[in-house]
Design a protein around this ligand. Structure first.
Ligand SMILES: NC(=O)c1ccc[n+]([C@@H]2O[C@H](COP(=O)([O-])OP(=O)(O)OC[C@H]3O[C@@H](n4cnc5c(N)ncnc54)[C@H](O)[C@@H]3O)[C@@H](O)[C@H]2O)c1
Length: 336
């Protein structure tokens, strides 16, 4: 099976590639433009593997992308490439329109002409979207399912919602075999320290203030990244094209309590008996900060039953271990 992973040098992409490379029938091509938050270093050990290739390409570069896709002849395209940080989307939205919307348009056009030419059996274009497109929930609202209306509030979620609509249209209009996924917040190894969990860990161990937006009461649903990538692989095998699938965990927690939990796991993990919660500092809230995201993932669980959910505490322990083991490298990368 020839698999393209766009955005393969980002957090979820690295985890997906590390999972797929263990499946002997998979040949992988990683297409990534390498932004400053990419973590390509962690794929260096795959460079000698004959089943792995990397091409540095911006999805905006239609010609290069076109040549590369036709040459590789994929059976599956996982489209993860995107600008992904909500804060950056507020300060610099333009790049989100370029990469997330225009970039998706380019790869859809190429995937469609390639598919119509070769009509590869079981070809799938799997577009990785987010729960944020459903907008913010109140505490008593039911988790959103795949039929819920889109209500994106940030430039990031609006750009992802726009790209989802393009994918839907290419399926309905041209019969391109697509799947769209909406995953909740991921956590785990290889996430660049601009996102909440790695920020908390690295600030804590560097004896710095741990910034928490507003009053810390915003709620997110957290999925361990290895669970997410297993679902993506099984969707490539069993997912029905033209469909949308939510991928969540039901582990909802507010940012302050998540931070306290990390501080506790950290205290046990590095045996220094430090109360890291003393470093927590509330900072000015993010503009338009959505209060809560929560999704109903029953649909995917009906077709994929063999992904065992990683409990939040276990996932946090594994994540913290990885950040502690690699803290020197990570701190160097972010202070460069
Ligand atoms: N991290 C999460 O919690 C989460 C949750 C749900 C969905 N998602 C989605 O999953 C995907 C991956 O997220 P992530 O957390 O790994 O993000 P990330 O920012 O860590 O990685 C994204 C990768 O895409 C690459 N990229 C960006 N623009 C590109 C372009 N124009 N051409 C080629 N490559 C480009 C970057 O260089 C980077 O390596 C994104 O589409 C995101 O919207 C993420």
């Amino acid at each position: 099976m020839n698999i393209i992973v766009t955005g393969g040098s980002g957090f979820i992409g690295i985890n997906l590639i590390k999972y797929l490379i263990n499946i002997k029938s998979c040949k992988i091509l990683n297409i990534d433009k390498l932004t400053s938050t990419s973590m390509n270093y962690w794929l260096k050990n795959l460079e000698k593997n004959k089943r792995y290739k990397f091409k540095r390409i911006d999805l905006i570069n239609y010609k290069k992308l076109n040549e590369t896709i036709y040459k590789f002849k994929p059976d599956i395209i996982f489209n993860l490439a995107a600008e992904s940080h909500v804060d950056t989307s507020i300060s610099n939205p333009q790049i989100f329109i370029k990469s997330n919307i225009e970039g998706t348009f380019n790869i859809l056009e190429i995937a469609n002409s390639y598919y119509q030419k070769f009509k590869k059996k079981n070809f799938k274009f799997i577009h990785i979207s987010t729960d944020e497109v459903y907008g913010s929930l109140d505490i008593k609202d039911k988790p959103k399912d795949e039929n819920s209306a889109y209500m994106p509030n940030s430039p990031y979620s609006a750009s992802k919602a726009s790209s989802d609509y393009l994918v839907r249209a290419w399926n309905r209009t041209y019969n391109l075999p697509t799947i769209i996924t909406h995953c909740s917040n991921n956590y785990g190894p290889y996430q660049y320290p601009e996102k909440l969990i790695p920020v908390i860990i690295l600030k804590a161990i560097s004896n710095k203030k741990i910034p928490i937006y507003g009053n810390g009461k915003n709620i997110r649903e957290w999925v361990y990244v290895e669970d997410h990538v297993k679902y993506l692989y099984y969707l490539a095998i069993k997912g029905k094209t033209g469909e949308v699938y939510n991928i969540g965990s039901n582990y909802e927690i507010d940012n302050l309590n998540l931070c306290k939990r990390i501080c506790l796991v950290l205290k046990k993990a590095n045996k220094k008996n430090i109360d890291y919660t003393k470093q927590i500092q509330f900072v000015k809230d993010r503009k338009g900060h959505d209060f809560r995201y929560a999704i109903n993932s029953n649909k995917i669980k009906k077709i994929i039953k063999n992904v065992k959910k990683t409990p939040l505490n276990l996932g946090l322990q594994k994540t913290i271990k990885w950040y502690l083991d690699n803290s020197e490298w990570l701190i160097k990368k972010i202070t460069k």
